[in-house]
Design a protein around this ligand. Sequence first.
Ligand code: SAH
Length: 342
Amino acid sequence: MQDIKSLTLEELKQEMGRLGEPSFRAKQMYQWMHQKLARGFGEMTNLSVHLREKCAREYGFTALEPVQVQQSAKDGTTKYLFALSDGNLIETVWMKYKHGNSVCISSQAGCRMGCAFCASTKNGLSRNLSPAEMLDQIYAVTLLTGERVSNVVVMGIGEPLDNYGNLIKFIKMLTDDNGLHISQRSVTVSTCGLVPGMRRLAEEGLQVTLALSLHAAEDEKRKELMPVANKYPIAELLEACAYYFEKTGRRITFEYALIAGVNDGKEEAVKLGRLIGSLNCHVNLIPVNPIEQGKFTPPEGAFAVAFKNKLEKNGINVTIRREMGRDIDGACGQLRGRASRR
Ligand code: SAH
């Protein structure tokens, strides 16, 4: 069955034409789904009962069911475990910042990238999420919190550039003025570094921020942490970043998970500084969230600060990410992993 919430307004107009409906019906229906966040055709009260029933027969209508909700006692960060219609589980995180509310969404159920420190990839990829299932996470959190979402980060479970077509459609629908109309500049897509996807994204004519999960300043070290590094060396990643900036004018964000004794030394900070010093960028240092006892642990606070200072000496803009939601299994994929083991 055609998933109606994954159709763009143009596609929906064609569908309504096929059903013999005028094209303004499509706009009404689109706004019910993407602005008023209706959870079914039954809520669309300005459409005839006949049309609503017909649509319910013809189309699938996705909606997420919260399975578990964990709220941090420290900072109000809330993590939702949602079930998709087929029973697959995904995670969505809601974070409150001074500058607005941010939602971190999943782009796939599971992941096939295999990063050593990441919980989301432990059972591989189950499937891609549809555009509607990505939108649904934002809609569900908006309805559950009663608050407006201002920023969206695609940094939850999955590799967004491994689900490229659905990701682009999702971004276009999220930022459409017949939908929530979130600014493209308030959307961040994080990748482990799929070079062809990064280059393609540069050419989409979008204004989203690209975040690259670097985590190491040398290929050999990066390969130990991220299998994808065997395919794309750092030099190619940085060329793709420069190309992204050239095409979009958007400053690149580099994510660097600090892991004690692995990539948090002064030498690494110096190498990283040399590597990216000439790019227009921002570095986000993330003390690693341990996913298994004893394996990857975050550095002592002083090490993180020393790492930051070294980079700043090279004129690089750096922040240490606040460890939001550590008390609620903050690392993405932990909740899903635990729930599916049960
Ligand atoms: N696949 C994409 C987006 C999802 S992961 C990517 O790789 O960027 C989002 C970010 O969280 C990435 O930077 C990832 O490397 C990081 N991450 C994953 N597990 C982590 C952990 N246990 N501690 C800290 N950061 C982690």
